[in-house]
Write a protein that binds this ligand. Structure first.
Ligand code: NAD
Length: 339
């Protein structure tokens, strides 16, 4: 008989509520409780998932084998360290932590305690991504575009940590080569943080990725194009579709034009798949698809893009300063252009 895994969810705001719902509906998993510093929120989510609310996550940790940590990122390190120290397996929402030092410390602690540490880079579980994965051979050039309309959510961090990190993680998982250079540009538009950014990443293998993310777009688009010998694969994360563009196998070279073929996508719920994988790893003590180390590497790449954007912004400000022009960007930056 399969033993039930005892799980908890720490932080049940917008996303944590869905984690609780998914665990509550799983076979061979018992949702022991949910914890949130907001008592009302904990009570509401606990009631709908038929479990126990806690205001202090430490009371929950003593009773479980594994947790999802879905607090704001600034709390990931403190809560994650406590859980791992107590031998509890962790599914950490993305980004793994706020800083690289914290990420390294968590990865090392998980190894020392022989705990599973999975990171919630959920697009890896998008069914369109899974359909593409079977055809991927050698990506030579990658174009990624992840843009959405403005909402007030996650505006305490920039669009690189909020959205672009998903594409950076996927690109890192596909292009197994060290990064040779990153250049990037971006701008704060509706928040004090970068709301739109573009990064140009060159790998030592020669593969190049051009990645755009925006949360100030009039439309929603989440698409990645992977160019590899003989074909271009298009992954539509938003529409959950995947297609390939190739020349027909037989035909007159002068007249043949590429044909686009839709690939079969088995529609599944990405978050459910991610949490099923986590509970499977907890049970079988196997490595997850997105390990703590991979979560750390995605954060490192995102921080490198942020640094490249900041370098570019400084140049932009210096040009604006020198021109004497007035602009909102200049007014925000008294540091570089003191009055
Ligand atoms: P949210 O603000 O809606 O929810 C966070 C919850 O955590 C709140 O209810 C808050 O009261 C609670 N909380 C804060 N500190 C706590 C603590 N010490 N102990 C217990 N509870 C605490 O935020 P959200 O949008 O649900 O995002 C949560 C996390 O999930 C963030 O790290 C975010 O980056 C990540 N996220 C990931 C994705 C994805 O695509 N994988 C999407 C959205 C959010």
């Amino acid at each position: 008989m399969t033993k039930n895994i005892r799980v908890g969810v720490i932080g049940v705001g917008h996303l944590g509520r869905f984690h609780a719902q998914k665990y509550a509906a799983m076979d061979h998993v018992t949702l022991i409780g949910v914890a949130d510093i907001n008592n009302k929120r904990a009570a509401m989510v606990a009631k709908e998932s038929n479990t126990t609310p806690y205001s202090d996550y430490r009371q929950l940790v003593d009773q479980v084998d594994a947790v999802s940590i879905v607090t704001p990122t600034t709390a990931h390190f403190e809560v994650g360290s406590y859980c791992l120290e107590h031998g509890v397996d962790v599914m950490m929402e993305k980004p793994i932590t706020s800083t690289l030092d914290e990420a390294n410390a968590l990865v090392n602690l998980a190894a020392k305690k022989e705990c599973i540490l999975q990171v919630g880079l959920v697009e890896r579980f998008n069914p369109a991504m899974r359909a593409a994965q079977e055809r991927l051979t050698l990506p030579l050039f990658i174009e990624a575009k992840r843009v959405g309309v403005f909402t007030r959510r996650a505006t305490d961090v920039d669009v690189i940590i909020d959205l672009m990190i998903h594409d950076l993680d996927i690109i890192l998982s596909l292009v197994k080569s060290p990064i040779s250079s990153i250049s990037a540009a971006g701008a704060p538009v509706l928040t004090p943080h970068t709301d739109i950014a573009n990064a140009h990443i060159v790998f030592q293998s020669g593969c190049t990725a051009n990645v755009t993310a925006s949360r100030v777009s009039p439309t929603v688009e989440r698409r990645m194009r992977l160019f590899q010998p003989g074909e271009c694969l298009t992954i539509d994360f938003h529409g959950k579709k995947c297609s390939t563009m190739q020349l027909p196998a037989n035909g007159d070279e002068d007249t043949q034009s590429p044909i686009i073929t839709e690939l079969e996508v088995v529609l599944t719920d990405a978050l459910e798949q991610e949490l099923l994988e986590f509970t499977h790893c907890v049970r079988s003590r196997s490595n997850p698809a997105v390990t703590g180390a991979q979560g750390r590497d995605s954060l490192a790449m995102a921080l490198a893009v942020i640094a490249a954007v900041q370098k570019n912004t400084r140049q932009l400000l210096q040009t604006l300063c020198a021109s004497g022009a007035d602009s909102p960007l200049l007014r925000q930056s008294e540091l570089l252009c003191p009055k």
